[in-house]
Ligand binder design. Structure first.
Ligand SMILES: Nc1ncnc2c1ncn2[C@@H]1O[C@H](COP(=O)(O)OP(=O)(O)OP(=O)(O)O)[C@@H](O)[C@H]1O
Ligand SMILES: [Mg+2]
Length: 244
């Protein structure tokens, strides 16, 4: 059974004249891919390349049965690729409900289903986006992406800067997405959590693929994680050492 949702082969991409990603090949299975790597490794750039937002120099990208390498960002979105950017980018002056309904496509994800996934968004439906806590804004950003009824959701560091209890809530929601048929790419620096939520993992280092394999294999190998990510300590949920 081929359960690959998206596949990049020999992807080289960057911005303008700058090349950031070089010769990256990876496969994203239906059960999810963790995209790991320290600050500046190229995770967001890879996401931008998959969305058609970076400058692609070489390589191919396949999504389902289509080769989408030359597709515009809009065409990729219409084909079912949605994105939750690192900076969340919700509309601060619109209400929660307006944020959720400003864009959308017919499908199983409706306002009711998003409220069911994130009851806090239902409670706060009349609040403005800008009045929400960081965790609630992340829920809103994910909910808004789900309203597009995507086949694939690219999550760029959804846990960044959030309290552990809020991260737990988001983890539960992300775990449910797989059951609902939404494939995820999870770029994260919370390595253990990202590995627990995905079937496969890819580690970037300075724009190149440093490791790829089963998430379970990497999760059990603290030494390899430390070597790949440059961790200072391996305790609790490991966080990378400051590269500076
Ligand atoms: N718009 C841009 N123009 C030029 N260079 C960029 C741009 N965005 C990122 N870069 C560079 O590309 C490299 C990879 O950055 P990227 O944001 O993809 O890393 P990242 O893994 O997402 O890091 P972080 O974990 O901090 O989000 C960095 O050297 C960065 O300076
Ligand atoms: Mg990033």
């Amino acid at each position: 059974m081929n359960d690959t949702v998206l596949e990049a082969e020999h992807l080289t991409a960057g911005y303008g004249d700058a090349i950031v990603l070089e010769d990256v090949s990876l496969a994203l299975p239906r059960a999810g891919l963790a995209l790991l790597g320290r600050n500046g490794a190229g995770k967001s750039t890879l996401i931008a390349a998959l969305l058609g937002l970076a400058r692609q120099r070489a390589g191919t990208v396949r999504f389902g049965s289509h080769e989408i390498t030359r597709w515009s960002p809009l065409r990729r979105a219409r084909a079912g690729i949605a994105w939750v950017p690192q900076e969340r980018a919700i509309f601060p002056s619109l209400s929660v409900t307006e944020n959720l309904t400003v864009v959308g496509r017919a499908g199983p994800w409706t306002l009711e289903r998003v409220h069911e996934l994130f009851p806090r968004l239902a409670e706060r439906r009349r609040h403005r986006g800008g009045q929400l806590s960081g965790g609630e804004q992340q829920m809103l950003a994910i909910g808004r992406a789900l309203m597009l009824n995507p086949k694939l959701l690219l999550l760029d560091e959804p846990f960044e800067g959030l309290a552990p209890i809020v991260i737990d809530e988001l983890e539960d929601a992300i775990r449910r997405l797989a059951d609902e048929g939404v494939a995820i790419l999870l770029a994260e620096q919370h390595v253990e959590k990202a590995l627990a939520l995905t079937a496969r993992a890819a580690v970037l280092d300075r724009g190149r693929l440093a490791w790829q394999g089963a998430s379970g294999e990497l999760a059990g190998d603290a030494d390899r994680i430390a070597a790949l990510m440059g961790f200072a300590v391996a305790e609790g949920d490991m966080m990378p050492a400051d590269p500076n």
